[in-house]
Design a protein around this ligand. Structure first.
Ligand SMILES: [Fe+2]
Length: 383
């Protein structure tokens, strides 16, 4: 499917254009708590209402959304007889909207996680996404993440990709600094992991290269909340999303999910922690490459990654990645032996398989020891 992109030069005019082109009469808006800050979009939607379009707002879900919220969303979506779907928010809002689109096509009840086991042909209800963070790239991927009974569920379906995207950098103005750092880290990890994923192809590697270059170029502006920085990072995160849409993520993401769950760190923060350890480890273990293109391919790929980082060697790229981590001043938590064991045994095996080097249990123990603060690790484990 070809996505249609709007910029926001005309102050949300494109919303009206989209609604009119797709003959939308009943618009279901999925939005997070930040929606109250976006008065310009709200005014535009109010205008649509004045012109006769019925609007329903759904915001009854939390970050890291649960399956039950989607069941409720689908119920309301059907009751409202929506013929258009708009997601405004970060990754969670867009993922909830994707799932509402997907599961509203099912003719089976969704109770007891039923939809998670079903193969569903998705409806063609018009779906626009307006991301309000620069990180997940969810507006352009076929993935959505939900939690059911405490377990992470990865939903993958090419027909849940929004058919229209509005990139409006002014929406990033109210992002708090920690969220800025974490979402930028998420986008950088998407670009890097996609680069070395065993599923990469020429197209995804082009996206990865561009995303890394643009992230580095706009990092300072974005962290300082400049209009150019926000615009550049929003586009870079979108391009990084296109890269993982082809290649999927790898060990960095697989190892990060439980860290988020246990420590409550933002997703991108946890992904940065993991890739800080995985990046040098992957280079040092290139001879154990499992990508069918071979270890020579992987070693040559390291030159491309170094080029994207604007340095001459992969070792310098690792240093640059570490410098970014330092600059972001992201915390490094400590870990107990018990926690370490829990982390190793909860790694997402599917995502791990995309990594170019096979990781066994010992490798993960070693890596998690590197990820966490050493002083914290030893202090806690001797108690
Ligand atoms: Fe991510």
């Amino acid at each position: 499917m070809i996505q249609h992109y709007f910029d926001n030069k005309n102050n949300y005019e494109c919303l009206e254009q989209w609604a009119s082109n797709r003959t939308i009469t009943r618009l279901f808006v999925v939005c997070g708590s930040s929606f109250r800050y976006f008065s310009d979009i709200r005014s535009k939607i109010n205008e649509l209402e004045e012109k006769g379009i019925k609007v329903f707002y759904f915001d009854d879900f939390k970050p890291n959304p649960v399956y039950e919220s989607v069941v409720e969303g689908v119920k309301l979506f059907r009751q409202f007889r929506a013929d258009g779907l708009l997601a405004v928010g970060g990754g969670s809002s867009i993922d909830v909207a994707k799932c509402i689109k997907l599961y509203s096509s099912s003719d089976k009840p969704g109770e007891d996680g039923g939809w998670l086991k079903e193969t569903i042909n998705v409806n063609e209800i018009p779906f626009m996404a307006i991301p309000t963070t620069a990180g997940t790239g969810s507006e352009t991927t076929r993935y959505a993440v939900l939690y059911y009974r405490g377990e992470k569920q990865s939903i993958t379906n090419k027909d849940i990709v929004p058919d229209c995207v509005l990139l409006a950098p002014q929406l990033l103005k109210s992002l708090p600094l920690y969220q800025r750092k974490a979402t930028m880290g998420d986008a950088l990890c998407h670009a890097l992991e996609s680069f070395w994923s065993i599923n990469s192809n020429d197209e995804s590697k082009e996206y990865s290269t561009l995303a890394i270059q643009e992230i580095l170029k706009h990092m300072d502006g974005y962290l300082n909340n400049t209009p150019e920085g926000n615009e550049g990072m929003l586009k870079a995160a979108n391009v990084a999303g296109k890269a993982i849409n082809i290649s999927q993520t790898t060990a960095g993401h697989a190892m990060s999910y439980k860290i988020t769950g246990i420590y409550g760190l933002a997703h991108g923060h946890a992904a940065m922690l993991c890739n800080k350890a995985l990046f040098p480890w992957t280079i040092n273990n290139a001879d154990k490459c499992v990508d069918i293109r071979g270890s020579e391919y992987l070693k040559n790929l390291f030159d491309d990654i170094a080029g994207a980082f604007g340095v001459d060697s992969i070792e310098d790229a690792v240093n640059k990645f570490e410098d970014i981590f330092e600059k972001l001043e992201l915390d490094i938590p400590s870990v107990t032996d018990e926690r370490l064991n829990e982390l190793v045994h909860s790694v997402n095996a599917l995502r791990l398989k995309n990594h170019p080097i096979k990781l066994d249990e010992d490798d993960m123990v070693e890596l998690y020891r590197q990820i966490f603060d050493e002083r914290g690790f030893y202090d806690v484990s001797v108690l």
